[in-house]
Write a protein of this length. Structure first.
Length: 262
């Protein structure tokens, strides 16, 4: 389903590699303030890997990074090549995870999006630093990831159109609804920290459960489009006149004695 083949056991990106990706994106934002965070890119990538059609990089990078080619914001060729290398490595890792047969999202082989717990990070700051941040709303857990996923879905709607099979269409709707739910704010009281037992609560239990459902939805979408296959374009031909009909060229002759005779 992807244009970057999944390796048997691709080398996973470590925290330093993700920090490097974020640093590159931060630098790109100094030249284009609409460049997204990595978490958004992570969701966007997952949707591309699940997509019914293998969308090529020259088509999706302009959508993600702007410009005619999607590479104009890079400082130089070295920065661009490094970003692309890390992107390709992460792509292989995600594709391999979605190919894997997993029984639990806690399996080492399961897809684990790279997600920031922004509310948790802010809650852990000293009080004076939290006050300095003001009242600016903070994204909910996995909200930016889900927005990135749906950004890809919305920009290639023909590749996400409901299949004719009613059961498959319900499967698609249910999976997408699980991801759309994550684009909404977590308005319930924080009960748990998703990454540490010692950190202050930052996520509601309902949100964490919904996140698990969204990850399984990604697996469902990947399997759905893989089982159905790419869309087949319908070839439409103009109707051929009957032999005794007037010829389409306007000669006034019957078709069989005009263009139908050739």
């Amino acid at each position: 389903m992807s244009q970057t083949p999944a390796a048997a056991n691709p080398e996973p990106l470590d925290s330093e590699a993700f920090d490097e990706l974020e640093a590159i994106l931060d630098d790109l934002r100094t030249r284009d303030d609409e460049i997204p965070q990595w978490e958004f890119c992570e969701g966007f990538m997952a949707a591309l890997i699940c997509c019914r059609r293998a969308i090529p990089p020259q088509e999706y990078f302009p959508m993600l990074l702007g410009g005619d080619e999607g590479t104009e914001a890079f400082a130089d060729a070295a920065q661009r090549e490094r970003f692309m290398a890390l992107w390709a490595q992460r792509w292989r890792e995600v594709a391999t995870s979605l190919e894997a047969e997993v029984e639990s999202l806690e399996d080492d082989a399961a897809y684990q999006p790279e997600i920031m717990d922004v509310r948790g990070a802010v809650a852990a700051l000293p009080p004076e630093e939290r006050v300095a941040l003001g009242d600016e709303p903070l994204p909910s857990f996995a909200q930016v990831w889900a927005l990135g996923f749906m950004f890809a879905v919305e920009n290639w709607p023909e590749e996400w159109a409901a299949p004719r099979d009613k059961d498959a269409a319900k499967w698609l709707d249910s999976a997408l609804e699980s991801i759309v739910a994550m684009t909404e704010d977590d308005t319930e009281a924080p009960e748990i920290s998703p990454f540490s037992d010692d950190a202050p609560p930052s996520v509601s239990l309902a949100r964490l459960n919904a996140f698990g459902e969204a990850i399984w939805a990604v697996y469902d979408l990947y399997e759905l489009w893989r089982s159905i296959g790419p869309r087949v374009e319908t070839i439409r031909r103009e109707a051929t006149p009957g032999r005794n009909d007037l010829c389409y060229c306007g000669s006034g002759k019957k078709y069989k004695k005009c263009h139908g005779a050739t």
